[in-house]
Design a binder for this molecule. Structure first.
Ligand code: BTN
Length: 248
């Protein structure tokens, strides 16, 4: 497998946008782009991602031509890699409750510590996947409706964004390789082992409607299966998950 090449910037609009520009310039795959700060950091669902100096902002650029119909699997691969990275840097803190919230948020004590934004593009008959990753190292940005937390909140001050990047890439390379060899079923199980517990009451919002139920499972494509109070199951391929019921 091709080694990763690393590109770092002091300031950039968005590392995901830079990855797209690189594709247009003919740079193909296995690039990792990072910046100390972003002026137009993007979160999921069109939200702004606060990106001042102190936290990690990075994007992994992959040529996904051979797996473009399975690109969403990488959301789960990356979430597991991030989970392992957060676990590694907070290892001394045995009391922490680290979980993955569907599809790919890492929560520490139920507060969001990182986010993943997957974007794809096609150029010159090839497909590309850009995996944008933000990790709260120095500060916890304020996010609408979500509690956030940073690594520094656990009195850990010796991890620099670039240290975190290297740790993430170590775990990402491992789980990406595992996915290539074993496929999604293995990744699905590893994800479930680290996810918040089945049976928890959650609410899924698609931006317009909110549906409450219990977390039942994820299917063989990674879609969330919610069990409604009627007993029926509902499948979600996208959406934002919140703890608890919206009915009170
Ligand atoms: C989320 O909303 O949870 C996803 C946040 C993803 C933020 C990262 S920071 C690096 C990359 N560049 C961006 O503009 N966004 C992603």
């Amino acid at each position: 497998m091709k080694e990763y090449e690393f590109l770092t910037f002091d300031t950039i609009d968005s590392t995901n946008s830079e990855a797209k520009r690189l594709v247009h310039k003919g740079i193909s795959s296995n690039f990792v782009i990072s910046a100390l700060e972003q002026t137009e950091g993007r979160g999921r669902n069109g939200k702004i991602w606060e990106s001042r100096i102190g936290n990690l902002y990075m994007s992994i650029l992959l040529d996904s031509t051979t797996f473009y119909d399975r690109q969403s699997d990488l959301s789960f691969v990356t979430a597991i890699a991030l989970y392992e990275s957060v676990l590694e840097v907070t290892n001394s803190e045995k009391t922490l409750d680290i979980t993955i919230k569907w599809p790919n948020d890492i929560l520490v004590n139920r507060s969001k510590i990182s986010g993943i934004l997957l974007e794809s593009m096609k150029y010159n008959h090839r497909h590309y996947l850009i995996i944008g990753i933000g990790v709260n190292i120095d500060f916890a940005p304020s996010l609408c409706n979500k509690e956030t937390i940073a690594i520094s909140d656990f009195n850990i001050h010796n991890i620099l964004p670039n240290d975190m990047l290297r740790i993430i890439m170590k775990h990402f390379a491992y789980y990406y390789n595992l996915w290539n060899i074993e496929g999604f079923s293995m990744i699905r199980q590893l994800w479930l082992d680290r996810a918040f517990i089945k049976g928890n009451v959650i609410t899924v919002s698609d931006g317009l409607t909110k549906t409450s139920g219990t977390f039942y499972d994820i299917d063989e494509n990674g879609a969330l299966i919610l069990k409604l109070s009627s007993g029926s199951l509902r499948l979600f391929s996208t959406g934002d998950v919140f703890f608890g019921s919206d009915n009170g």
